[in-house]
Design a protein around this ligand. Structure first.
Ligand code: ADE
Length: 240
């Protein structure tokens, strides 16, 4: 899967993404990161990418021309009109379901805004998905793009070394993950739950499922409405 990021800060994107698990996946050729500097496409000799807003008001706006030219360069390289995600607090809030859906694309373009935003006319022409990463305002779209790319990339086959782990974690089936423990068996006087030492796989599975339900009920009761629970599990979820 190829990620194309239209940005004024390509080094921020590449430093962030070429690290750890995603960096390894990129080295192995499973995914690729193409950070396109919007400034390189400005058609004026001072390479200006921002300008004042019509109607007045504070702040500058990113001009349509360099954004469109950068997009056109990517579109020509790809050979078709790709999905273009615009990072904006005005978008649909990103979640695991959306990450999974976007992970099916072969090419994905992210448009990162700065200043007070981008000229509406170019957004109308190129953006297919307006997405927010949460109800708060950031200074630019780079961090949200990196957050999204991390969540999407880990759903791409071959990015995680352990295929199973992409599925079995928090939000699968709308439940949070169960607590986990490693050595030693007792730490700061706290013992690892006995069932995990029993070697009895069915009991371990049952305990983990119960812990997921209890934890979700306690920390994210809003998620439980979407979870598919048996009658018994529903009772458990309201037991504390
Ligand atoms: N740009 C600024 N704030 C943002 C947010 N919360 N989500 C996505 N893009 C943004």
């Amino acid at each position: 899967m190829n990620f194309h990021i239209l940005t004024l800060f390509p080094e921020m994107i590449l430093n962030g993404l070429n690290t750890s698990i995603l960096g390894r996946a990129a080295q192995n050729g499973v995914i690729s990161f193409d950070a396109v500097n919007i400034r390189d496409y400005a058609d004026n000799k001072h390479l200006r990418v921002d300008d004042y807003t019509y109607g007045g008001g504070a702040g500058m706006l990113m001009r349509a021309q360099p954004v469109y030219s950068a997009y056109e360069a990517v579109r020509e390289k790809i050979g078709y009109r790709p999905r273009v995600v615009y990072l904006t607090p005005q978008g649909k809030v990103f979640d695991q379901q959306t990450a999974k859906e976007l992970a099916r694309e072969k090419e994905l373009v992210f448009l990162c805004g700065h200043y007070e935003g981008i000229d509406e006319r170019v957004l109308e022409e190129i953006v297919t998905d307006n997405i927010s990463i949460g109800d708060y305002v950031l200074t630019g779209g780079e961090l949200p793009a990196m957050v999204m790319i991390d969540a999407i990339a880990r759903m791409v086959p071959g990015v995680l070394s352990n295929e199973a782990s992409a599925e079995s974690e928090s939000f699968e089936d709308s439940l949070l993950e169960y607590p986990q423990y490693s050595r030693p068996e007792v730490w700061h006087g706290k013992a690892v739950p006995q069932v995990l030492l029993s070697g009895h796989h069915a009991n371990i599975e049952k305990w983990r499922r119960e812990q997921s339900i209890l934890r979700t009920a306690e920390r994210r009761p809003d998620l439980l409405k979407k979870a598919r629970l048996t009658d018994e599990e529903k009772k458990l979820s309201t037991s504390r």
